[in-house]
Write a protein that binds this ligand. Structure first.
Ligand code: ADP
Ligand code: MG
Length: 229
């Protein structure tokens, strides 16, 4: 299987080069793992260091992407795994072109994405059965071969996920309505992604209290940005 490079390519005929002082980060993990919670804390921390922080969610982040998000998450009919994979890739390509790459070409900018390629590996690759190799193949085409510099995978178990989702409340969407087997496969899928990208993906125990989880994230981001801890 041909693998994508572990490092983010800095030039492509399709996009402007990134500023060396700018970084692309992502959060991954199943529902309730704490992505939104930790992302907010990280944004405040990085802004406190004088950095410009752009927060994005996937799918979405552009008018076109938000429409795709609505179409996928509100779907009452099961989509073919390939249809899911290409819809997410399409939203991602547009987000890269319209927002991420332009922002990263500016100085001292941190783009943080709530979910990115590893969710595609976990959901469509592993849980839906397309295989991680298929997902990586779709991402060989620029601009999709542009990967985050660092990814925080918040690892929790099924029980905690369901407990926290219950507390959070709200209506269940297309993926949230899936059963426990599906969630178990997602966990395996995120593990698979972690093994494919061992230096980019930082696996963090998300079962602990918020402050402990953030301490790990802060350590990793400080190392990446060369900030004394
Ligand atoms: N470390 C934690 N310990 C306990 N509860 C948490 C923790 N992190 C988040 N939560 C709570 O769990 C729920 C889901 O968190 P959220 O950040 O929305 O997860 P995600 O964005 O990954 O779905 C929220 O109600 C949040 O307040
Ligand atoms: Mg969230």
């Amino acid at each position: 299987m041909k693998n994508l490079k572990e490092t983010t390519p800095d030039t492509s005929p399709f996009h402007p080069p990134s500023s060396p002082s700018s970084y692309f980060l992502s959060f991954e993990g199943i529902e309730g793992s704490g992505k939104s919670t930790q992302l907010k804390t990280l944004k405040i921390y990085l802004e406190g260091l004088g950095l410009r922080v752009i927060v994005l969610r996937e799918p979405g982040g552009t008018t076109f992407g938000e429409k795709l998000r609505e179409a996928i998450l509100a779907s009452k009919e099961a989509l073919h795994p390939a249809a899911e994979a290409y819809l997410f890739a399409s939203s991602r390509a547009q987000l890269l072109n319209q927002v991420i790459l332009k922002e990263l070409s500016k100085e001292k900018t941190i783009v943080i994405c709530d979910r990115y390629i590893d969710s595609s590996i976990a959901y469509q690759g592993h849980a839906r059965g397309l295989g991680a190799g298929t997902i990586l193949k779709i991402h060989e085409l620029p601009p999709l071969n542009f990967l985050p510099h660092q990814t925080y995978y918040l690892d929790i178990d099924l029980e905690i996920s369901f407990e926290r989702q219950q507390i959070r409340g709200g209506q269940k969407d297309y993926f949230e309505s899936e059963n426990k087997d599906f969630y178990q496969k997602l966990i395996e899928g995120f593990e698979e992604a972690s093994l494919l990208f061992p230096s980019r993906i930082k696996k963090i125990d998300g079962r602990r209290e918020e402050e402990r989880v953030f301490a790990d994230i802060k350590n990793y981001v400080n190392k990446l940005l060369d900030i004394p801890g």
